[in-house]
Design a binder for this molecule. Structure first.
Ligand code: S3P
Length: 188
């Protein structure tokens, strides 16, 4: 009989963590929802970089894009993420473009456990269509924009040491997969 695969337990993972867990990936993949649930499961604080930017700026990412443009937003995003990575163990959900920034990427790869949440494009397109809050996909054909972003960003996301499918089953199932993947990465 072949040995059954090791099941990593949330409590063990939590005890062994010395760095924050950071979720990266395209908009619509569920970084915030999954991040919040992962934090609850591990008993850790949760922060969302988009929410932190909104708090610091007093306006939503959409309003920031509209009033000051993408460049200003990216600059704020870089600074906010650098502040969030403060040596404490927590879960951080990032905006979809954050990990494309070279400085942010280098910081996160060094100081955090980076998890790429990936998903099928059709599912992402369907999810982003449900809300009108994302400036980059407030266009006639959001699927085409997402496809282009996926193409441009894949080489960056792929630098994350852990990749988890975010569209297979429930969010809780995704949380299970993240916990298993981190357990494997940390024990191997
Ligand atoms: C963006 C993703 C958004 C938000 C902003 C830009 C992007 O975050 O940061 O609209 O460039 O992919 P989510 O990935 O949480 O939607």
């Amino acid at each position: 009989m072949s040995p059954s695969p090791t099941t990593h337990k949330a409590a063990d993972i939590r005890l062994n963590l010395t760095r924050p867990i950071v979720l990266v990936g395209l908009m619509g993949v569920g970084k915030s929802t999954v991040g919040r649930r992962l934090a609850a499961r591990l008993g850790l604080p949760f922060v969302d970089s988009d929410e932190e930017i909104a708090q610091a700026a007093g306006m939503t990412p959409g309003e920031l894009f509209e009033s000051y443009g993408e460049k200003q937003f990216r600059d704020g995003e870089r600074r906010v993420i650098a502040r969030l990575v403060d040596g404490k163990v927590k879960i951080i959900a990032t905006g979809g473009g954050a990990f494309v920034n070279e400085e942010t990427r280098a910081l996160l790869l060094k100081e955090a456990i980076v998890v790429w949440l990936d998903a099928d494009l059709d599912i992402l397109a369907e999810r982003v269509a449900r809300r009108d809050t994302r400036p980059l996909v407030r266009v006639n054909n959001p699927r085409a924009v997402l496809a282009e972003l996926a193409e441009q960003r894949r080489p960056f996301y792929a630098q994350a040491p852990i990749r988890v499918q975010g569209d297979a089953g429930s969010h809780e199932a995704t949380v299970d997969r993240i916990i298993q993947a981190i357990g494997e990465a940390c024990s191997g």
